[in-house]
Design a protein around this ligand. Structure first.
Ligand code: AMP
Length: 635
């Protein structure tokens, strides 16, 4: 396929304004690209090869603004400045990079800027395939792959030269496409979901959906109705293949050549990272309501790492970990990938060693790397960052910042792909392959038990807990409701301490539980509920409404401090219960706010947790009942 044809078709795709029209237009483009000079059946490893004559995988990647598949750690590494310089040179002697920059400021987008220059009089020639110097999609792909391979001294100027050479051969629409492609900003309105749907539409619905390589390359795809024909399960088949391969080009080729059977045959491969499964925010109550039994894990505050290891990989000799430098291209030893699928193996040698020493079967593991102190206690996230992408001084930094790997999932073990298995089963396999790094998973079916796990995780210095559906599959790239992250401090409340109870036993000299109130004097509606206020446990002074009691999260030191500061303000004492003049404002975290007859506000904080004293706030700055209503979702 000529690049000019692709660039023009892409412009037409971008001009569509409906999702369905866009999907149909992309499907038609893929069908044409796949038919033009596709292979005549058989071997399809072309999806990964560099010199393939098959345009389909290239067109698919280009539409998504990529030269390499997402799992491939190679990048073009062409920045906006380099691109502007190449455009300026191609545009002629009296155009400088600064001119390009000015136009960019005006137009706001590099493609439009590139299209507005006349590159060396080539305009029009290439576009109509005169044969003279016309770029083909395959040629452009090969050139960009060469450009990506340039490294070391002088590589920047070689890249600039290569890009300049390409621009001089571009028509306006080609130039716009090329500029956007090298910067990864296609602006076609074609996202991954569109390409997924278009692949299903182009290759899985015609002729009763081909089960094998029988798409006649002469047959043109004609989207004639403005509606999609691909059934949901065809889209799901494409989606699954995308999840395991992480390669849109490869999946398109499979769908075209082998239909659904080909897609089903796709599997995970050690060394080819997949997208990480993600989490939504949620509460313990949400989790119990949704899952019944909840898998509770510590939420580690570190950096996500996917570990790929094939102990007896086809590497020439043995399984020595390739941790310390080298070219990094061979698959010796464990490979580690970041959440964005960058290869971070060389920055984390101790994790590599840890895995290599213990794992004796092929695995793909998911987990979190955290920085730890000498006692093995977690350090803040920033500390991990000092290690994570480091290319130099790795050994020195290894001395300065210790790391620990917590594995929480197992996607592949010893020949078995586990994505479709339940978390329970995956976790069992995880414990089997790497017991000493496997994160603990506790099953709980009530919010109190989950709150206890959360307190334990927080006390141990971690970020919170993850609440997972124990029956759920691993869905790469999906931010679904099967994983909930429960972090405290999402929203806190600044409340006034209006009462307390003396502690017991060792803490009898100190207050233990504190009664919290918010301001309720704002308007008539804020008048506290007097029935509740008559209760024994409501000691709120006029103008305040109680919302709960806090006893959690207070260190011995803080308890002593609070006792000392509050004792002079006691105005009433009954048994072990005291009332205070409103004086002190404290910040409290909580899981949620519920309506409740127990406190005069008519609301109660669930699982309140002491965060600290708001030294900067007086009681008049404390939160109001109106804010509590808002936080509860009632206003
Ligand atoms: P957030 O970054 O706040 O969206 O939280 C999600 C992230 O928490 C994940 O991407 C992981 O990097 C991290 N995480 C920490 N512990 C776990 C765990 N036990 N399970 C899943 N993700 C975890």
């Amino acid at each position: 396929m000529e690049f000019a044809a692709l660039a023009e078709r892409a412009e037409r795709v971008a001009a569509n304004d409906g999702d369905i029209e866009t999907t149909l237009a992309v499907a038609a483009l893929l069908a044409d690209a796949g038919a033009a000079d596709g292979p005549d059946g058989g071997e399809d490893d072309s999806a990964e090869g560099d010199e393939s004559a098959d345009d389909l995988p290239v067109v698919v990647r280009f539409l998504l603004g990529r030269v390499f598949p997402a799992h491939d750690t190679r990048t073009l590494d062409v920045g906006p400045a380099l691109c502007r310089e190449a455009i300026a040179r191609a545009a002629g002697q009296n155009v400088s990079a600064a001119d390009v920059e000015d136009r960019l400021a005006e137009r706001g987008e590099i493609g439009a800027v590139a299209a507005a220059y006349d590159f060396g009089g080539q305009r029009g020639l290439a576009a109509f395939g005169s044969g003279r110097d016309a770029l083909t999609v395959a040629e452009l792909d090969a050139e960009l792959r060469d450009l990506a391979a340039a490294s070391g001294e002088g590589s920047e100027s070689r890249k600039r030269d290569a890009l300049f050479g390409l621009f001089t051969r571009c028509s306006p629409s080609e130039a716009a496409f090329l500029a956007r492609l090298v910067l990864g900003e296609m602006r076609l309105g074609v996202g991954e979901g569109t390409v997924r749907d278009a692949v299903a539409e182009a290759f899985l619905v015609r002729d009763g959906e081909p089960e094998s390589a029988d798409v006649d390359s002469g047959e043109a795809f004609e989207p004639d109705a403005a509606e999609l024909a691909a059934p949901e399960d065809a889209v799901a088949a494409v989606e699954r293949a995308l999840q395991v391969t992480n390669d849109y080009g490869r999946v398109a080729v499979r769908a075209r050549d082998e239909g659904r059977a080909g897609l089903r045959a796709e599997s995970l491969r050690v060394g080819r990272p997949v997208q990480a499964m993600l989490a939504q925010a949620g509460t313990a109550t949400d989790a119990v309501d949704a899952f019944g039994e909840v898998a509770v894990e510590t939420k580690f505050d570190g950096a996500r790492v996917q570990v790929h290891y094939e102990p007896d990989g086809d590497a020439p000799d043995g399984d020595a970990p390739d941790a310390g430098g080298g070219d990094g291209d061979d698959a010796l030893g464990p490979r580690l990938y970041s959440r964005n699928m960058d290869d971070v193996t060389e920055a984390l040698p101790e994790i590599v060693e840890h895995v290599a020493e213990r794992v004796d079967a092929p695995v793909i593991l998911d987990g979190e790397v955290v920085a730890v102190d000498d006692e093995g206690d977690p350090l803040p996230f920033q500390e991990v960052l000092r290690r994570f992408r480091r290319k130099h001084d790795v050994d020195r930094m290894r001395e300065a910042v210790s790391l620990r790997f917590h594995a929480f999932d197992c996607l592949h073990a010893d020949g078995d792909d586990l994505l479709d298995r339940s978390l329970r089963e995956r976790h069992d396999r995880l414990r089997g392959v790497l017991p000493d790094a496997a994160a603990d998973l506790t099953l709980a079916d009530d919010p109190e038990a989950i709150a206890a796990e959360e307190r334990a995780a927080l006390d141990a210095g971690h970020e919170g807990v993850m609440l997972k559906n124990p029956e759920a599959a691993y869905t790469p790239g999906d931010r679904g409701r099967d994983w909930l992250k429960r972090k405290p401090d999402v929203e806190t409340l600044d409340a006034v301490v209006v009462g307390a109870e003396w502690g017991e036993g060792r803490r009898a000299e100190l207050f233990g539980t504190f009664l919290l109130a918010v301001r309720a004097e704002d308007d008539a509606r804020d008048a506290p509920d007097r029935d509740a206020a008559d209760r024994d446990d409501d000691l709120a002074p006029a103008g305040y409404a109680t919302v709960g009691k806090v006893a959690t999260g207070i260190t011995d030191e803080a308890l002593a401090d609070l006792t000392e500061r509050l004792e002079p303000h006691v105005v009433d004492e009954t048994g072990t219960t005291v009332a205070f003049d409103p004086e002190l404002v404290v910040e409290v975290g909580y899981e949620e706010i519920q309506t409740s007859p127990t406190y005069s506000a008519g609301y109660a904080l669930r699982f309140p947790r002491f965060v600290g004293v708001r030294e900067d706030k007086g009681v008049d700055d404390a939160d109001s009942l109106a804010r509590v209503r808002r936080l509860a979702g009632d206003e």
